[in-house]
Design a protein. Structure first.
Lengths: 316, 304
């Protein structure tokens, strides 16, 4: 097992390096440079050049890349072009709200999708199964921004029972109930997207397992249906589900951009939009890099978990 | 001349015979698929909706009551007999814009998917067939591209390159091929161990011929299903980008950028016609494609 983990870590190294290269390439595709954008056009050319030199924008790309990589190794992403604060600091401030949003949604998604998916599989081809399958189709097909806007319209503007956005009421006392109120709508949108996809996955995975001979044996020897489903079948059906929930992380991080934009949630999604609009390349590079690292790390973790959970998985 | 004729003729005749049997079998196979697909009513309904949308896109100029970019004197007018779905904030006819926007969504959906499915299929085939360092490189590249959160990285790249239709399609394709490559690699890895492929190698067929005319047809099912769901995903991504203001730029209408107006609370509360129809048609389109994809999966994979 240790052998497998070490091997997996070794494979991750070139991927990590590739991520830094691709990330650097993406941001340097940009025509023009931020100095030209921010500086008053009447500024003397000498000053502009001096600023470019200071920010290292005149170096050849490959030098810029290694400078950035060297900075990265020391744990920094440089300084923001727009606020001049360290990028790590800016991202650090914003990552908390995003993690709160995504982790709550993922947990809720799991807690809802797994039992419903199992029930749907056990009651295959009944009315319950058809309704759930139909709903899950709608939940996966509905654009997140449309659902978000619809919920705001209904619950914030029409019924006026929930806030339209933000994390806390401005000027209000930041108590727990207020926080929950602000969480309900954005969490609902993300959770609905997750359960829509996952219910069908859990259902399919469960159906696969239910067909296996050892379950027929378990039933044949007179075990109670509840035990057969929830002990014997569930254990094996859950294994592939582990990886699929891991695959949800990049989608969640990407999806949070739209959610945070609609609900004015001050997380890294909103920060991404702001950095795009202000052409703040160091912040964008930092954001992309951190997001990619989170994804890479989760995949690694899920692979190892899968390996531990399922003794049939072989490594070669 | 006559010598070669004698030698070639019998073999060609046998080849012809086998080909006939093969094509007959193939026909029966496709008929089976069609029969299984038709049993799934939702999938058939999805197909009908998609065909209707394609016609709407093709014949947009004849279907629209107004020019989609024509600015009239009435701003944000509610639905009336002249403007069935009202007008937007600059006075353009919403229904006409919705009809024209079908084109953008379908173009983005179909072209993006054809590009990345081609790339992914070729890379997946090569990677699995040759194995070794080739496999290693392709799969690590796939890992790298897949590590970036999809919508986030696309947003950043499109914003840097400038958002034109071509850029959006190419960037979506650039970050979508790895899923197909992995899928194809997986099925090819198991297919290449089968006897008929080994027979092809023993016969001395070229690797390209084995890969494309012997292995690929048998790996096609999952690719088609994945491509169908991919069309829906690409349409949603374009709409998301346009919603955020980084996709299709007005005045060109896209369902996503039409919904973008609803970020203002006045529009959201008082001008439902500006965002509900656009969002609903987007939902119906994506739903139709997903239903069809599901029907195709069941039709192509008789195991279920």
């Amino acid at each position: 097992m240790l052998h497998y983990i070490v091997r997996r870590l070794f494979i991750a190294i070139p991927v990590l390096l590739g991520i830094t290269i691709l990330n650097f390439c993406i941001v340097n595709l940009a025509p023009g440079n931020p100095v030209d954008m921010f500086i008053d056009p009447n500024t003397p050319q000498q000053l502009v050049e001096a600023k470019k030199e200071m920010l290292g924008l005149n170096d050849p790309l490959i030098i810029q890349y290694f400078k950035w990589l060297w900075q990265l190794l020391q744990g920094g992403f440089g300084y923001s072009f727009s606020s001049f604060a360290p990028v790590t600091h800016i991202i650090g401030e914003r990552i908390g709200p995003t993690l709160m949003l995504t982790s709550i949604s993922l947990t809720l998604g799991l807690l809802i999708a797994i039992p419903i998916g199992i029930l749907s599989a056990v009651k295959q081809n009944t009315r319950f199964d058809y309704i759930i399958t139909g709903l899950s189709f709608i939940w996966t097909s509905i654009p997140q921004f449309f659902l978000g806007l619809g919920l705001i319209y209904l619950f914030a503007l029409h019924f006026k029972i929930l806030p339209t956005g933000g994390m806390l009421t401005i000027g209000g006392d930041a108590n727990f109930a207020d926080r929950i109120k602000h969480l309900i709508l954005p969490v609902s949108v993300l959770t609905i997207a997750i359960i829509g996809k996952k219910i069908r996955y859990v259902r399919a995975s469960m159906l696969d397992v239910l067909k296996q001979d050892y379950l027929r044996t378990a039933r044949a020897k007179g075990l109670h249906a509840f035990i057969v489903t929830n002990k014997h079948a569930l254990r094996n059906a859950l294994i592939p589900i582990i990886t699929v929930f891991g695959m949800e992380i990049p989608l969640l991080l990407g999806g949070s951009i739209i959610i945070e934009q609609i609900f004015q949630w001050p997380g890294i999604g909103q920060l991404t939009m702001q950095s795009i609009l202000s052409r703040d390349y160091p912040t964008l590079m930092g954001l992309n890099f951190i997001a990619a690292i989170i994804v890479l790390a989760t995949n690694l973790f899920m692979d190892i978990l899968y390996f531990v959970a399922d003794p049939r998985v072989k490594y070669n | 001349m006559s010598m070669t004729d004698i030698r070639v003729n019998p073999t060609t005749r046998i080849m012809d015979a086998t080909q006939m049997i093969e094509s007959e079998l193939e026909e029966r196979y496709t008929q089976q698929i069609i029969r299984r697909f038709r049993k799934n009513r939702l999938a058939v309904a999805g197909l009908v909706v998609i065909i209707l949308l394609i016609f709407t896109g093709l014949f947009a100029p004849w279907l629209t009551p107004h020019n989609p970019n024509e600015v009239t004197a009435v701003f944000s007018a509610s639905p009336s007999t002249t403007h069935l779905l009202g007008t937007d904030q600059v006075g353009r006819d919403v229904l006409s814009r919705l009809i024209y926007a079908t084109r953008i969504s379908l173009i983005v959906g179909f072209i993006t998917v054809s590009i990345y499915v081609t790339i992914g299929t070729i890379l997946g085939l090569i990677s699995a067939y040759y194995g070794g360092w080739m496999d290693m490189i392709v799969m690590r590249l796939a890992d790298i591209f897949m590590s970036f959160p999809y919508l986030m990285v696309i947003l950043v790249v499109v914003s840097i390159l400038g958002s034109s239709l071509t850029t959006i399609i190419l960037v979506l394709a650039l970050f979508s091929w790895p899923t197909v490559a992995r899928l194809v690699r997986g099925s090819v890895l198991s297919l290449k161990e089968l006897d008929y492929v080994k027979a092809g190698v023993a016969l001395g067929l070229s690797p390209a011929r084995i890969m494309f005319s012997h292995i690929l047809p048998n790996a096609l099912g999952p690719i088609i299903v994945n491509a169908t769901f991919g069309v829906a995903a690409a349409i949603l991504s374009e709409a998301g980008l346009s919603f955020l203001g980084m996709g299709i730029q007005p005045p060109t209408p896209s369902w996503g950028n039409m919904l973008s107006d609803a970020q203002s609370l006045t529009v959201l509360t008082n001008q439902l016609w500006l965002w509900v129809p656009a969002g609903s048609i987007l939902l119906v389109t994506v739903l139709a494609i997903n239903f069809m994809g599901d029907g195709l999966r069941d039709a192509l994979d008789p195991k279920q």
